[in-house]
Ligand binder design. Structure first.
Ligand code: TYD
Length: 150
């Protein structure tokens, strides 16, 4: 069994970034393509999407030990707040061809979903409940001890 302290990545907000995707413009509509290791800095393993979010609801509220993510507002808009345990940044995602790359070891919260919005999440790993840190205090402890030891 892996030790969380050893495997939890310590990323900084500098490891996260907005990525503008291609847009194949056509008078009959636009098309955007996302492929492993081209637009994104990881192999795509899994895709899921969040929709029908009630007004005022919040999603996320966790970090991942190993999994990297890429979030896109394919429809509508929502905010993503990310923190590495020291710095915090809020991004508003509202374009179908722009997404936020979130490195492993970063705490994220999604909120302010517009009505009818769809949050597409592209992930580097299979779903694994053991890859999640849901306790913010544990996250702060893990990132602080890593920062002090690295
Ligand atoms: P959860 O991780 O709580 O959603 P979020 O953090 O994005 O708000 O997941 C909600 C439910 O969906 C939970 O019961 C676990 C399940 N789930 C899967 O079965 N597979 C997956 O890949 C994901 C992301 C969630």
């Amino acid at each position: 069994m892996k030790n969380i302290n050893d495997s939890h990545k310590t990323s900084s907000l500098n490891d996260c970034r907005l990525i503008t995707l291609n847009k194949h413009h056509h008078e009959n509509g636009n098309l955007t393509v996302v492929e492993s290791n081209k637009e994104l800095p990881f192999d795509i393993k899994r895709i899921y999407y969040i929709y029908d979010v009630p007004g005022g609801a919040e999603r996320g509220g966790h970090s991942h030990i190993e999994c990297a993510s890429f979030l896109i507002a394919v429809s509508g808009s929502f905010n993503v707040e990310i923190t590495d345990g020291v710095d915090k940044q809020v991004f508003t995602l509202n374009r179908s061809n722009m997404g936020l790359y979130i490195a492993p070891g970063i705490w994220r919260t999604l909120n302010n979903f517009s009505s009818g919005s769809v949050a597409l999440s592209i992930a580097s790993h299979d779903y694994n409940p053991e890859d999640y840190i849901y306790d913010y205090n544990q996250f702060l402890e893990l990132t602080a001890s890593k920062r002090n030891n690295d």
